[in-house]
Design a protein around this ligand. Structure first.
Ligand code: HEC
Ligand SMILES: [Cu+2]
Length: 350
C-alpha cells in the first residue's frame, strides 16, 4: 500500500487528527485555561452553576459505580484465574439467587431516580426562573455566520458582542435573552454562563444570565450551520453597572457625522453596502449584515475572525472572502479610492 501523503500542516489522516484532538483537549481542558472558549468547570453565572453542580453529582456517582464494578472485575480476574491444578475440575455451579437479583435491580433503579430528580430540579430552576421586572431584555438573532443583537427597550442594535451588566449580591442584575434565527438552526453557547439553547427559525427560545464577574466570556455557535459555523463566535462582555450605562449611552446615539468626513460618507452611501448594512441616522438601513453604526466599538470583525483594527477593517472591506471564505458578504470590487473613503468613514464609527 502506498504511504499516505500528509499535506503541509492542516491535512492529517483520521487517527492523527483524533490524537491531536485528544491531546489538545487534555492539555487545555482543566485549570487556568489558555484555550479561549470558556471552561465549563468554572461557572460564573447561576444557570451554568446549576448545570455544573448536576454534572459533578453525575460524575461522582458514575465514578463510584466505575470503582465498584471495576474493582469486582479485577478481584474476580485475579482470585479466580486458572490454576495449573484445576484442569479437569469445574467450579461450583450456582443457579439463581433472588436476593442478589433484587439487589442489582433495585440499586440501579434508585441511582437512576436520584439522577433524574437532580437533573429535573436543575432544569426547572434554570427554565422556570421568573425574571424580575427590571431585567435587561435583549434579542439575539443567529445569522449565517454572525449574531445580531438587539436591545429593544434601549433602542440599540449591534452584533457579535453582547454587553450585559455584572450581577452582584448587593445589586443582582439579570439579562433575559430571546433567541431567534434568521435562516437555519444555530445554538447559543457561552460555557461559563449558561447551557446551550438553540436558535430555530420560526421559534423564539429564551435564556437568562446573571454573570458575577466582569470580563469577556467567549462562546461559539454550537449547532452546525454551514461552512463558516466555526467562525461564528459570540462574546459576552460583562460590564460593571457604570460601564454598562456608559456603553449603552454611547450606542444609543446616531452614528458619528463628522463634517470632515462628508465626502467619505457620501462615497459609502453611494455604494451597495447600504442594502445590507445599517448606519443609524443615514440612508443605510439594510439588515442582512451586521449594523455598522458603531462598528469600531467592537473588538472583532467577522464574528471573531479578526481583531478590529483599521488595517483589518480595510482588508475585510477589500475582500471579505479572502478572510472568511464563503461568508455572505460578497467581494464588492471597490477601487482603491472607494476603498480609502469607505474605510476612512467606517473607522470613524466608534
Ligand atoms: C449582500 C450583502 C452585503 C453587502 C452588499 C455588503 N455587506 Fe458587509 N457584511 C455582510 C454580511 C452578511 C456580513 C457578516 C459576515 C460574517 O461575519 O459572516 C458583513 C460584514 C461586514 C463588516 C464586518 C462587520 C462586523 O461587525 O463584523 C463590515 C465592516 C462590512 N460588512 C462592510 C461592508 C461595506 C463597506 C460594504 C460595501 C462596500 C459591504 N459591507 C457590503 C453583508 C454585506
Ligand atoms: Cu453554527
Amino acid at each position: 500500500m502506498p504511504a499516505r501523503i500528509i499535506k503541509s500542516g492542516t491535512t492529517m489522516d483520521f487517527p492523527g487528527r483524533f490524537i491531536v484532538l485528544l491531546v489538545t483537549a487534555a492539555v487545555f481542558a482543566p485549570g487556568e485555561s489558555v484555550y479561549p472558549i470558556g471552561n465549563v468547570f468554572k461557572p460564573e453565572a447561576t444557570p451554568a452553576e446549576s448545570i455544573y453542580n448536576v454534572s459533578l453529582l453525575m460524575l461522582a456517582i458514575c465514578a463510584a459505580i466505575f470503582l465498584v464494578v471495576g474493582g469486582l472485575l479485577l478481584f474476580t480476574i485475579v482470585r479466580f484465574r486458572r490454576h495449573k491444578m484445576d484442569n479437569s475440575r469445574e467450579p461450583a455451579q450456582i443457579y439463581g439467587s433472588n436476593r442478589i437479583e433484587i439487589a442489582w435491580t433495585v440499586i440501579p433503579v434508585l441511582i437512576v431516580i436520584v439522577l433524574s430528580m437532580a437533573t429535573a430540579r436543575a432544569v426547572v430552576e434554570v427554565q422556570n426562573k421568573r425574571m424580575p421586572p427590571d431585567a435587561l431584555k435583549a434579542t439575539v438573532v443567529g445569522h449565517q455566520w454572525w449574531w445580531e443583537i438587539r436591545y429593544p427597550e434601549l433602542g440599540i442594535v449591534t452584533a457579535d458582542e453582547l454587553h450585559v451588566p455584572q450581577s452582584t449580591l448587593a445589586k443582582p442584575a439579570h439579562t433575559f435573552l430571546k433567541l431567534q434565527s434568521a435562516d437555519v438552526a444555530h445554538s447559543f453557547w457561552v460555557p461559563q454562563l449558561s447551557g446551550k439553547v438553540d436558535l430555530i427559525p420560526g421559534i423564539t427560545n429564551s435564556m437568562w444570565l446573571d454573570p458575577r464577574r466582569t470580563g469577556i466570556y467567549l462562546g461559539n455557535c454550537a449547532e452546525y450551520c454551514g461552512t463558516q459555523h466555526a467562525n461564528m463566535l459570540i462574546r459576552v462582555i460583562v460590564d460593571s453597572p457604570a460601564d454598562f450605562e456608559k456603553w449603552a449611552a454611547s450606542q444609543k446615539v446616531n452614528a458619528s457625522s463628522d463634517p470632515h468626513l462628508e465626502a467619505a460618507r457620501a462615497a459609502f452611501l453611494s455604494l451597495n453596502c447600504i442594502n445590507c448594512h445599517t448606519v443609524s441616522g443615514t440612508a443605510a438601513a439594510g439588515t442582512f449584515g451586521p449594523d455598522l453604526s458603531h462598528v469600531m466599538s467592537r473588538t472583532t470583525l467577522g464574528a471573531g475572525v479578526l481583531p478590529n483594527t483599521a488595517e483589518n477593517l480595510r482588508a475585510w472591506v477589500r475582500d471579505p472572502q479572502a478572510i472568511k471564505r464563503g461568508n455572505l458578504m460578497p467581494n464588492m470590487q471597490l477601487n482603491s479610492r472607494e476603498l480609502d473613503q469607505v474605510v476612512t468613514y467606517l473607522a470613524s464609527l466608534k
